[in-house]
Write a protein that binds this ligand. Structure first.
Ligand code: SF4
Length: 347
């Protein structure tokens, strides 16, 4: 049965008299999202009352991105967490990101709206496995991608994100062994770009990015040969992309970029069509910030079920009940902070 719905378009206008029956076609015709005014009002007044801020990752659902005070990748969100003067941070992302905020702001309350928002990549290594690996390479420096648990960060020398992994590795003396974890595609990309032979890579992967294959890219090259290609270095196709770029097989319009790098590139490039190889949630922000350009997912099944756990309803519950607090124990936070702060400096 049809019923009246409110739609708030990307410019914040409330549009009345759309029906739920034609809502889908409306959403396809216009880059708009459904943020129910009820939630908006409630979230805004709770934020004021509690002196809270909402941080959202680029892969969050559109409704959550729309109510966030700040949207970005892991690095940008860490920076924002470190500098906010809010008392409460509601972290709309996954658990390791909320832990990073707690490590950087131990005096603040960090909330995650759903405790099941985990990360398959972060789960590929734990502190016991890292301790064992370190024993095999006693002189190595440990560089951990930020997608790791607090325990793993506490055993690491540096953290990095996909935005600054190359810079972090280049900052370490060339003759020092490096243990890079946990993403093997990012690790192999960093190894190829820096030319380091003494960089050992943990065999972990993110199931979403690993699922973006060379076949996906090649199919899209055939279909959209005038578009620019933006590929995240966690993707399963990264090595073959680099190889293709080095051999000149792949058009010069291919770029390997972090999610924030993609946002910048989409804004600054003169191209009007982009094929995007990363989690599809970022396409909403891309379209919203660049309404005259076209963005196409290289694989529309690249969806992270953990990122999609957070809903507006859970954000409201999180603020009302101050749930679920993520607090990293002091001894771990103190050890992990050094590695994170080194990452924040090198970028
Ligand atoms: S997209 Fe991959 S790396 Fe990112 S949170 Fe999901 S599982 Fe983890």
């Amino acid at each position: 049965m049809a019923s009246i719905a409110f739609i708030i378009c990307q410019y914040g206008n409330v549009i009345l008299n759309y029906t739920t029956l034609n809502l889908q076609s409306c959403k396809q015709a216009h880059p708009m999202t459904l943020v129910q005014p009820m939630y908006l009002d409630q979230i805004n007044s709770l934020k004021k009352e509690l002196h809270a801020i909402i941080l959202a990752h680029n892969y969050q659902i559109p409704e959550v991105q729309d109510i966030a005070d700040f949207i970005g990748d892991s690095l940008a969100l860490s920076r924002e967490a470190a500098k906010t003067d809010a008392d409460i941070i509601v972290f709309c992302g996954v658990h390791f990101m909320a832990e990073t905020a707690s490590i950087l702001c131990p005096e603040k309350t960090v909330l995650i709206p759903d405790l099941d928002a985990g990360c398959s990549l972060a789960s590929t290594i734990n502190s016991y496995e890292l301790q064992k690996w370190k024993k095999e390479h006693p002189h190595a420096v440990v560089v951990s991608y930020v997608n790791t648990s607090a325990e793993v960060k506490a055993l690491s020398d540096y953290c990095c994100t996909s935005s600054n992994a190359v810079k972090v590795v280049n900052s370490i003396p060339k003759d020092t062994e490096i243990l890079f974890l946990p993403d093997m595609f990012l690790g192999s990309y960093v190894g190829q770009v820096t030319g380091r032979k003494n960089l050992y890579v943990w065999p972990g992967e993110c199931h979403v990015h690993a699922g973006i294959t060379t076949d996906d890219i090649n199919n899209m090259f055939r279909k959209y040969n005038h578009a620019e290609f933006m590929v995240h270095p966690e993707c399963g196709c990264t090595s073959s992309m680099l190889y293709g770029m080095a051999c000149g097989d792949i058009t010069k319009k291919a770029h390997i970029l972090s999610t924030e790098g993609m946002m910048q590139h989409a804004k600054n490039s003169d191209s009007s069509q982009f094929v995007v190889a990363t989690e599809t949630g970022i396409l909403y922000r891309m379209k919203k910030e660049n309404p005259d350009k076209m963005f196409i997912p290289v694989n529309e099944n690249a969806v992270c079920k953990y990122m999609k756990k957070i809903t507006l309803e859970k954000v409201v519950d999180s603020l009302v009940h101050k749930q679920y607090e993520v607090k990293v124990p002091k001894h771990l936070a103190d050890s992990a902070r050094t590695a994170i702060e080194r990452m924040l400096k090198i970028s």
